[in-house]
Design a protein around this ligand. Structure first.
Ligand code: PAF
Length: 286
């Protein structure tokens, strides 16, 4: 982090940012975009720092995107703290914050969505109908508004990163997608803006997610490649700690298709679970 943070510009209007981005591109400046919903933590800041290092201009978008939340989800209570986030971004060397209001991004109701017709039916796609269409649609809009050369996303949202890469490729967006490693707390809990919903006790118990996944990875390394056995180990660790697993699956690392019985090549554990009312997701490559 920089001691003398420069003054960061906050832009609200999509049109103003798009015009500015066009100007910067004409001046041959590379633009890095870090899309976020705010409530920034070390994971986000590592993306900002990566962008600052590799681009002339870094734009951080902060927008709690209504269309990616289901009717009974946490849209209303999602933490919003623009000034504190802006300070963190400035200290990390970012140049611009794009913080539109919902009416700026969606002046009329959205009728055009980008969907991944495979992943929307499995894992988080199945548990949160419409979620990935909401994510892809807003990311497509952000790409068209900020015109980035490079865009940075955390591997923490592994399925999200996958569908964004696929969209970028399928729809020929001229953007390089850079995924960055998950940043974990000392306990192993993956950093997430939603961690702050949990009580101290729930947060401590939620470290069992990583413990369970590590246990499965160790079993795999010892030669156990039965999906059922690895899943059982993960379920046991999380549920013994008081969590409730929504799904825990083993997927092919490259296309995210489920591995049904035996792991034969690079795979990833994908899971979602609840501690109290807080829904957490995580993943581990094995
Ligand atoms: O990962 C997030 O914070 C959001 O899903 C994203 C990519 C900013 C889209 O709203």
């Amino acid at each position: 982090m920089r001691k003398n943070a420069k003054k960061i510009k906050i832009i609200r209007s999509p049109l103003v940012l798009q015009r500015l981005s066009k100007k910067m591109l004409a001046q041959k400046k590379s633009i890095g975009l870090v899309p976020t919903m705010g409530a920034l933590h070390k994971g986000h800041i590592s993306l900002v720092e990566m962008s600052v290092k590799n681009n002339n201009i870094t734009i951080v978008s902060i927008f709690v995107n209504p269309v990616q939340f289901g009717a009974n989800e946490d849209f209303a209570k999602y933490p919003r703290r623009l000034q504190a986030d802006a300070k963190l971004c400035a200290e990390a060397g970012a140049d611009i914050i794009f913080a539109p209001a919902p009416k700026d991004m969606y002046p009329m109701s959205l009728q055009t969505y980008v969907r991944n017709v495979e992943i929307e039916n499995i894992y988080c796609g199945a548990c949160r109908p419409g979620h990935f269409a909401g994510v892809l649609s807003v990311v497509a809009k952000l790409f068209n508004i900020a015109l980035p050369s490079n865009a940075y996303f955390g591997e923490k949202d592994f399925q999200q990163l996958h569908v964004i890469r696929k969209m970028t490729c399928d729809l020929n967006f001229p953007v390089r997608i850079i995924g960055a490693k998950t940043i974990r707390e000392k306990s192993g809990l993956a950093m997430s803006s939603r961690n702050e919903y949990m009580s101290k006790e729930e947060r401590a118990a939620a470290s069992s997610i990583y413990v369970g996944m590590l246990e499965a990875k160790k079993m795999y390394r010892r030669g156990i490649n039965s999906v059922a056995k690895l899943k059982k180990a993960i379920f046991e660790k999380i549920e013994q700690a008081g969590g409730k697993v929504q799904y825990a699956e083993i997927a092919n690392k490259d296309n995210l298709m489920p591995v049904k019985t035996k792991i034969l090549k690079d795979a990833v554990i994908l899971l979602a679970c609840y501690f109290g009312k807080t829904r957490l997701i995580d993943h581990l490559e094995i």
